[in-house]
Design a protein around this ligand. Structure first.
Ligand code: UDP
Ligand code: LCN
Length: 806
């Protein structure tokens, strides 16, 4: 039993526990989430005049802190306690404090009963359990190492592999033989016939290149190497070839995981990459701002540019330039015939600033042209994905002249397509979620049937389970995306167990300790976003135009609000007008603090100004709300609301112009999976205040290079900002200090260069281990296929029927 629970029971706090539970029993709420539990506890402590020491220092206080949920059932309480990251315990506690440990199955039944969806007489419900498939694969033990999968895998597998040197050499020899580019053999040829010979020839070749000037180009001695059994791929100069061969030589003689990683990272095995973002509305201009795009599009475009560059660099270093090797990256998305003036109806579009990166658009089959000719929300796309994958495969093969070496899925729908494609083509699959809806929408699984018409979560969560289990590796932007924090459940963690009443129970949905999870955060586009102080790279006329737009321009089409005093320090934010982005919360926070209004103006860039311009209900509500907050707090003269969506070049200048005026950036989202705007603001030099719920918690180090805010506590947030502003007024250096440290933080940790180097190294290493260990995942993949055909597909077809009648 939970040590904490036991400690409470064994101490005099036992009566407090009984009393507290009795208070809970008398509440109206029967399903309490963490926030409700904490609030009830505060009320309890106030009512019974408990000391501050008791509130947080007692066993009970700690127990409450770790209790994620309480469900009331027939006077009993079911507690879900998460005392450790990624691990939960379940208890039923009766009125007289009898305690029973619940199994996950029992807990899921409790939840079903709570929503009146428990029908034991009609037979058992389908249980999904991925646990057994992970029984034979290595798993990380310490939760703090979750997300460092590849390091762990390397250590684990190398120690196994190196135990049998003969076998190890044999495997390496086989691995070196398989690499080709467009049918041309790389690395070694048939002259090297065995692993013993490989080892001898490596030493010969090292001696041979060692006698040559280090800078001598590979082309000069390539035929000599070929005679010894070595094909292109080892390096572009004598020095580089010698280096690579020496690493391999060392690896053969005294293998260790670091040397192995260093060697595999040099192997030319990735030339063609496909990225899938199927729900689309994917383009380079005019596409941001639909409810479902935004960061995902920005992320992928920047990632692709950086990937292409990295692949080119790697190819050059490997000495393959002479072979006319041209890496290619393709973003696969849907073609949308009615594309609203964007290029989303164009089959192929080159990615700006690249040589060989493309957006490839494949249309959905025309089931009901009224729908399929148009943009379709990501929540409705499910019926089209299977046929999309079939059609896309042909197009991809044609476009890439063969199979990609790596396929990267984005978001739930793109990851499902990536699964289907990599299953058909047998290639390494990487998943990127950006955000998982399951934790974004409260009770989305428990009430899925009520939400189905609007959201189709039964399809989305099934797709998620399939894709995340199928992926060879998963990239997350943060640690907490996988397993949360001490007090909050991670996005992937929320798939560990859950009920979809009447559909299935998931008793083990994902192995969070699997080395497939790797934290690889994104970067920021450094040609658009750079520090305000780099005046030499800024264009004076752009700067003036942006200044005018932000502070003075009188144009009702673009801007609402005229500032009484445009010289006040600007508080700035930019986001889509989603409820969850909470720009209205920021306006209210500003409205509530007259002191803040005395010192600052509030500048918001929020896409639209008028309800008529929006097709999205959430957005419409937010527009109405923002106007009413401005009126309610009489913010006229103190706020500017810009209804524009700026091109990137201008948006970079916006942050810098705010920084010129020693302004600050606030990201007030109720939850933010990662938060690219936080990086953009910080690299521009803006002291940043960002939500403590989600990714920003890892990007920012509180009070060092930015600040956390709790966007649900408006007064507290206003005070934090005011405190900073007052400090800066007393000591202008303070602003510079935070600004500089923010810039440093981004350059040291969040660049695309770091991201892609890591990503490609992961792809190579997972590819290597798949080859070497012949990891047998066929049983898992068959199980996933069964899920796809037996659960996903019939539901997708049902939805398609509905679409046909629209
Ligand atoms: N963005 C923009 N114009 C806007 C709003 C947002 O260019 O009016 C960009 C913003 O600069 C950032 C991205 O869209 O690059 C939003 O990404 P983020 O991760 O902050 O949030 P998401 O929209 O993906 O939830
Ligand atoms: C989606 C989100 O919601 C953001 O938090 C991320 O920054 C963005 O995607 C890019 O990954």
């Amino acid at each position: 039993m939970s040590e904490l629970l036991q400690a409470v029971l064994d101490s005099e706090e036992r009566s407090d526990l009984r009393q507290f539970f009795s208070e809970i029993r008398h509440q109206d709420k029967k399903y309490l989430l963490r926030n409700d539990i904490l609030m009830s506890y505060v009320e309890y402590c106030n009512k019974y005049q408990k000391s501050a020491e008791f509130y947080s220092g007692s066993h009970l206080g700690k127990l409450i802190y770790y209790t994620q949920e309480i469900i009331l059932e027939n006077g009993n309480l079911c507690l879900i306690i998460r005392q450790k990251i990624a691990s939960q315990e379940f208890y039923r506690i009766t009125e007289d404090l009898m305690i029973e440990v619940l199994t996950i199955q029992e807990l899921l039944d409790v939840r079903d009963r709570f929503v009146n969806r428990y029908h034991p007489n009609e037979g058992d419900i389908l249980e999904l359990d991925f646990g057994p498939f992970y029984d034979y694969t290595p798993t990380i033990r310490d939760p703090k190492n979750i997300g460092k999968g590849v390091q762990y895998l390397n250590r684990y597998l190398s120690s196994k592999l190196f135990q049998d040197p003969r076998q190890w050499l044999e495997s390496m020899f086989n691995f070196l033989q398989v690499h080709q580019y467009d049918g041309i053999q790389l690395l070694i040829n048939g002259r090297i016939k065995s692993h013993q010979q490989l080892s001898d020839q490596i030493k010969r070749a090292i001696a041979f290149v060692g006698d040559r000037p280090s800078e001598e180009p590979y082309e000069n001695f390539k035929f000599d190497l070929q005679m010894m059994g070595f094909e292109p791929g080892w390096g572009n100069t004598a020095g580089r070839v010698q280096d690579t061969l020496s690493i391999l030589d060392e690896l053969i003689d005294s293998p260790d995981p670091q040397t192995l990683e260093a060697f595999i990272s040099r192997i030319p095995m990735i030339f063609k990459i496909a990225l899938v973002s199927s729900h689309g509305w994917f383009g380079q201009e005019g596409v941001l701002g639909r409810p479902d795009t935004g960061g995902q599009v920005v992320y992928i475009l920047d990632q692709v540019k950086s990937l292409e560059k990295q692949l080119q660099e790697d190819t050059t270093l490997a000495g393959l330039d002479g072979m006319n090797v041209k890496p290619k990256v393709v973003i696969l998305t849907r073609l949308i015939p009615n594309s609203d003036g964007t290029l989303c109806n164009q089959r192929l579009e080159k990615v700006y600033g690249t040589e060989n990166a493309w957006i490839l658009r494949v249309p959905l089959r025309e089931f009901n042209p009224k729908l399929t000719q148009n943009w379709i929300s990501r929540f409705e796309l499910w019926p089209y994905l299977e046929t999309f994958a079939i059609d896309a495969e042909k197009e991809l093969l044609a476009e890439l002249h063969g199979k990609p070496d790596l396929i990267i899925g984005n978001y739930s729908d793109g990851n499902l397509v990536a699964f289907l494609l990599s299953r058909r083509m047998k290639i390494t699959q990487c998943n990127i979620a950006h955000a998982l809806e399951k934790s974004k929408y409260l009770f989305s699984n428990l009430y899925w049937q009520d939400l189905e018409d609007k959201y189709h979560f039964s399809l989305q969560f099934t797709a998620d389970l399939i894709a995340m289990n199928a992926a060879n590796f998963v990239i997350s932007s943060t640690y907490q995306e996988i397993v949360g924090t001490r007090d909050s459940v991670g996005q992937y963690e929320s798939y560990k167990s859950f009920t979809m009443p009447d559909l299935y129970h998931v008793v083990s949905g994902v192995e969070l300790f699997s080395p497939k999870f790797n934290v690889v955060p994104p970067g920021v586009n450094e040609s658009y976003y750079f520090p305000y102080s780099r005046m030499e790279d800024r264009i004076q006329s752009d700067r003036e135009r942006v200044e005018d737009l932000l502070f003075t321009l009188d144009d009702p089409v673009q801007a609402y609000g005229k500032l009484d005093d445009p010289s006040k320090r600007p508080i700035f934010s930019v986001a889509r007008l989603d409820r969850i982005k909470n720009l209205t919360g920021l306006a209210e926070c500003f409205g509530k603090s007259e002191a803040l209004q005395e010192h600052c103006n509030l500048i918001l860039i929020a896409g639209k100004l008028r309800v008529e311009e929006s097709e999205d209900n959430e957005e419409k509500d937010e527009i109405v709300k923002l106007y009413s907050i401005i009126d309610q707090y009489n913010l006229h003269g103190k706020i500017r609301w810009l209804g524009v969506r700026l091109p990137k070049s201008a948006s970079g200048e916006v942050y810098r112009v705010i920084a010129d005026r020693h302004g600050i950036f606030v990201q007030p989202a109720l939850f933010e999976a990662f938060g690219l705007t936080v990086l953009e603001a910080m690299i521009s030099g803006l002291p940043t205040f960002a939500t403590q719920f989600g990714g920003p918690l890892e990007i920012i180090q509180d009070k060092v290079n930015g600040f956390y805010i709790n966007p649900t506590h408006l007064e507290e947030t206003a005070d934090k900002i005011l405190d900073f502003v007052t400090k800066c007024e007393q000591n202008p250096n303070y602003w510079y200090e935070i600004s500089t440290r923010g810039i440093d933080r981004v350059y040291s940790t969040y660049t695309w260069k770091i991201h892609t180097t890591r990503l490609l190294s992961l792809a190579r290493i997972y590819g290597f281990w798949n080859f070497i260990s012949k990891e047998n995942r066929e049983d898992l993949l068959r199980y996933l296929e069964a899920l796809f055909y037996l659960i996903y597909r019939p539901r997708a077809q049902q939805l398609l029927e509905q679409h046909m009648h629209r």
